[in-house]
Design a protein around this ligand. Structure first.
Ligand code: AMP
Length: 587
């Protein structure tokens, strides 16, 4: 119970105050809250019903299921770590397989599983060929059971289907972003590794809509000088390690596709390191070609190293115009933006006008399909048809919905190029999407924040979480030094001021030794302790340095508030207030 309470309050301080402050407030985002139960049609349009799959293999005798890539990964890692007899060539091959694991097709995975003789880990039975397994939880909406639905596998689709309203709320202007924090559900084949792979988890997603013809970001210069570990596609394929690259250089060289994507990579780096993630165990890995959805312009994962290896914690993708187009096509509602021109512009446009009367006479009941196919021609096809009709008078034309060729004659369609005056440009925005797995970030934060230090007597190792004031679930403790009514009164007054200031805290008026009380709260990662040892002034102790300052009772809560809100730092506070030295800062 106690263990669970910490992650829960960490989740709220991480997804609440810090995510909200760092992204939603800073970028003036819209915040939305969409339902978890999603009608099938939405997820059909997005492609999830057909393609949101992982490759699975089955134990051929017991039917137990495994994720195919996990088995191959475990096999390669185990061989590399435990089999001292493997040749350098074999080791290089296994490392290469690990590097391209996310890039392998079902056939390639199946071939490797066969080649390495991988069998079911629990029973040693043979395994089936890999096949796709859809990760969504299906349900039905309403009592009839006739409306299929799914628990949302991500929060993003709710934002896409509401694009029209969100664009309107933003004054019909681009760029803008909408954010959503909520539960996502995935029927993972093999949930494992604690909080890292679960079937219900908190996602925080941002959909930043931008003009595809202008992906510059006005604030890119704020992050251009950041330099951190990046792992571009080419480095992965050639077996090199991640390297430190200045973000500005990665964008100007085209390693990162565009400034807006680069801006969010930089902001995610700042977010994670401000939370307390160790910058030396954080890298941005670019997706390999097959790993990335075909429509995506570029994708990078923020990966954090923990005891399970490098874990994808945030995905940052330029998904181009795919999502809005897909929902427009399915719903018939145009999800588009407009750019009004200051002066009307003359543009040459191609017009395809099927002559319905002639087509009706020729194709009768099939007329609609032929009209749609003619209208769907791209510019090259249309101009090719125009030339052929002019030279030969007719041509064979494949109508995919009829699955056959039909003969189009010159009198059935007019194709022309005309100059038109346009007052605006209508286009489908691109979307840049940072998607944060809150549970994974918390897990890594636990590991990166934990350390042990010897007790004062040196006979014990004490646990400490060095949570930053920003994320620490409890920001402060208030302790009367000894059990004494006057000190308790002061402690209660300070506690009330902390409550008023919105600072989460714990007051402990037990007679336990002050050292023990400090040790208990160090273990919870509480950054500051206010100790009442007089009625006029108190001490404030900082957890990691164990340094103590002396402040007036009236000022105590506000000092903690200022450091916690990031308006000042402990270093500044330390240089401003008188120091207090006493042996009791320690256990
Ligand atoms: P994705 O949409 O697959 O890129 O996932 C977005 C983020 O959600 C990832 O970067 C992970 O941090 C997190 N995530 C994905 N699947 C799970 C899971 N099964 N359990 C916990 N977190 C997950």
């Amino acid at each position: 119970m106690a263990l669970r309470a910490v992650p829960l309050s960490l989740t709220s301080s991480l997804s609440g105050a810090s995510f909200f402050q760092h992204f939603v407030l800073e970028e003036n985002m819209l915040e939305v809250d969409c339902p978890c139960v999603t009608p099938e049609i939405v997820l059909k349009a997005s492609g999830h019903v057909d393609k949101f799959t992982d490759l699975m293999v089955k134990d051929e005798k017991t039917g137990t299921c495994y994720r195919a890539d996990h088995l191959l990964k475990d096999f390669c890692n185990e061989k590399l770590q435990k089999d001292l007899s493997i040749s350098p060539e074999k080791a290089a091959e296994l490392k290469r397989v690990l590097a391209v694991l996310d890039d392998l097709s079902a056939e390639e995975l199946g071939a490797k599983i066969k080649e390495y003789g991988i069998i079911a880990p629990d029973t040693k039975n043979p395994l089936s060929d890999p096949y796709p397994f859809n990760l969504m939880f299906q349900t039905s909406i309403g009592p009839s059971g006739l409306s299929p639905g799914y628990m949302r596998p991500e929060t993003a689709q709710g934002i896409f289907v509401n694009f029209k309203d969100l664009y309107y709320y933003n004054g019909n202007k681009l760029p803008f972003a909408a954010a959503q924090i909520g539960q996502a559900f995935r029927n993972e084949i093999s949930p494992r590794q604690g909080l890292l792979r679960v079937r219900e988890f908190t996602l925080a997603e941002i959909e930043h809509f931008v003009d595809p013809e202008n992906k510059a970001h006005p604030k890119f210069s704020d992050v251009a000088n950041l330099e951190f570990l990046m792992f571009p596609r080419e480095e992965q394929m050639s077996g090199h390690a991640a390297k430190r690259i200045p973000l500005g250089e990665a964008v100007s060289r085209g390693t990162v596709n565009n400034e807006t994507l680069g801006y969010f990579i930089g902001r995610v780096y700042l977010f994670l390191t401000r939370l307390g993630i160790d910058k030396n165990r954080l890298r941005f890995r670019q997706h390999l070609a097959n790993e990335m959805a075909h429509y995506a312009a570029d994708c990078w994962d923020a990966e954090i190293e923990c005891s399970y290896g490098w874990i994808e914690c945030v995905g940052i993708a330029d998904r181009s115009a795919y999502d809005l187009r897909a929902h427009s096509e399915k719903s018939g509602v145009p999800l588009v933006a407009q750019e009004k021109f200051p002066e009307p512009r003359e543009v040459e446009k191609l017009f395809i006008n099927p002559v319905k009367k002639e087509l009706g006479l020729a194709f009768k009941g099939n007329q609609r399909m032929v009209v749609e196919a003619l209208e769907a021609m791209n510019e090259k096809e249309a101009l090719g048809m125009k030339d052929t009709l002019e030279s030969k008078g007719e041509m064979e034309f494949y109508v995919c919905t009829l699955e056959k060729n039909v003969t189009i004659k010159k009198n059935m369609v007019t194709i022309s190029r005309e100059i038109k005056k346009e007052h605006q440009r209508v286009f489908t925005p691109s979307v840049i999407e940072p998607s944060f797995g809150i549970g994974r970030i918390i897990f890594c934060l636990f590991e990166h924040s934990f350390y042990m230090r010897p007790s004062k007597a040196g006979d014990e190792q004490l646990n400490v979480f060095r949570f930053t004031p920003l994320v620490a679930p409890i920001k402060c403790t208030v302790f009367p030094l000894v059990q004494n009514q006057q000190y308790e009164e002061v402690a209660k007054v300070i506690s009330q001021s902390l409550t008023t200031a919105g600072i989460s805290h714990k007051i402990d008026i037990t007679g336990t030794s002050i050292g023990k009380r400090y040790a208990r709260t160090d273990e919870l990662g509480v950054p500051f302790a206010i100790t009442v040892d007089s009625t006029s002034s108190v001490t404030i102790r900082e957890r990691d340095s164990k340094d103590q300052i002396r402040v007036n009772v009236e000022r105590a809560a506000s000092v903690v508030k200022e450091v916690t809100d990031g308006r000042t730092t402990w270093a500044v506070v330390w240089s401003t207030f008188p120091h207090h030295s006493s042996g009791s800062a320690d256990e």
